[in-house]
Design a binder for this molecule. Structure first.
Ligand SMILES: [Zn+2]
Ligand SMILES: [Zn+2]
Length: 117
């Protein structure tokens, strides 16, 4: 996997949520599941998993999507961009929506999930 230059920066569509990442990604993935298609309003979603302590999101985030105790999806309350997810099973990780990063030239999905579920 090609590694990005650190720190990585990004923002939601309106810029109210600013992202700053100081660690290399643990995993990159493209998920084609039906939930991701609906969450992203697209054919698939692109996710980068980072160590939670390396990710700073400034600005307000609100819960959205099909969230539960196990799986929390956070959105910008102004432009409603899907920003990141936190899983209860992996509290030390953050799943960031890759498309929000300023530089994506390094990104290739390490895992591609094609399931119908
Ligand atoms: Zn926004
Ligand atoms: Zn998915």
């Amino acid at each position: 996997m090609t590694q990005p230059n650190l720190p990585l920066t990004g923002a939601c569509l309106c810029g109210a949520v600013q992202l700053h990442v100081t660690a290399f990604p643990l995993l990159t993935l493209a998920c084609h599941c039906r939930d991701c298609q609906k969450l992203a309003a697209s054919a698939y979603s692109l996710t980068v998993m980072f160590p939670a302590e390396a990710v700073t999101a400034t600005g307000e985030l609100v819960l959205g999507g099909k969230h539960s105790e196990e799986r929390k999806h956070y959105y910008c309350p102004t432009c409603l961009s899907f920003v990141l997810s936190r899983l209860k099973a992996a509290p030390d990780r953050v799943n960031l929506r890759a498309s929000l990063l300023d530089d994506l030239t390094w990104f290739t999905p390490f895992v591609e999930i094609m399931t119908e579920e």
